[in-house]
Design a protein around this ligand. Structure first.
Ligand SMILES: [Zn+2]
Ligand SMILES: [Zn+2]
Length: 186
C-alpha cells in the first residue's frame, strides 16, 4: 500500500479541486495495479518567502522541496509528500517547471499556475485545469516511485515542456511503466 500526502501550498484554485485530484491519482495508480492511501493535508503549507525570487516572480523548486522535507520529516519514512500550489516555479537553466521531484527525499512539488488556461489569456476551464494538474501530480509521483521519463507520448511519464504536451498525454502509466511500478511495489 503506497501512502501519499498531498499538501496544499495555498488555498485558491487548489481546495476546490483537491478531492478530485486525490481520486484521480488513486485511480491512475490503481489502473497500474497499485493500491494507495492518499491523505490530504488539512491546512495550507505556505512556502517560505526565502524560496521566492522577487526578480523572476517565481519559486525555486529545490528550495520548496527542501522545506517540505523538513516540515514533513516525521512522515517521510511512511509517506511520499507532494506539495501542490497555485504558484509558478523554476529550477536552474529552466524558465519554468510544472513540477519537480526528489526521489531520495521522497518529496515533490507541483506548480499549477501555468496549467491554468487563464495564465495564457484563455477563459477558465474547470475540467481542463483539473486534468492537467492531476497529470502532473501523477507524473511527479511516478518520479518519486522511481520512474524516469517515458518516450510514449500518451504515457503520464512523458516529459512536458508546454501545456500542449501536457494535454497530449493521459494521466495513466503505459504498460511498460506500469510493469516497472508493479515490480517495485507489488
Ligand atoms: Zn518529469
Ligand atoms: Zn511509460
Amino acid at each position: 500500500m503506497l501512502k501519499i500526502i498531498i499538501a496544499p501550498l495555498n488555498h485558491n484554485y487548489i481546495f476546490d479541486y483537491i478531492d478530485d485530484w486525490k481520486n484521480m491519482v488513486t485511480d491512475s495508480l490503481s489502473k497500474a495495479g497499485l493500491s494507495s492511501e492518499i491523505l490530504i493535508w488539512p491546512s495550507t503549507v505556505k512556502p517560505s518567502m526565502k524560496c521566492f525570487d522577487w526578480v523572476r516572480k517565481q519559486y525555486f523548486a529545490p528550495c520548496i522541496i527542501k522545506d517540505l522535507g523538513k516540515m514533513f520529516y516525521e512522515y517521510l519514512n511512511r509517506y511520499f509528500i507532494i506539495g501542490t500550489g497555485y504558484i509558478d516555479g523554476y529550477d536552474y537553466g529552466l524558465n519554468f517547471v510544472f513540477g519537480e521531484a526528489s526521489p531520495t527525499s521522497r518529496t515533490a512539488v507541483v506548480f499549477t499556475r501555468r496549467l491554468d488556461p487563464r495564465f495564457y489569456g484563455e477563459g477558465p476551464d474547470y475540467n481542463l485545469y483539473l486534468e492537467r494538474v492531476a497529470k502532473e501530480i501523477v507524473h511527479e509521483l511516478g518520479h518519486l516511485l522511481g520512474l524516469s521519463h517515458c518516450r510514449r507520448r500518451t504515457c503520464v511519464m512523458s516529459f512536458s515542456n508546454s501545456v500542449y504536451e501536457v494535454d497530449a498525454k493521459t494521466r495513466f502509466f503505459c504498460e511498460s511503466c506500469s510493469n516497472t511500478l508493479r515490480k517495485l511495489y507489488v
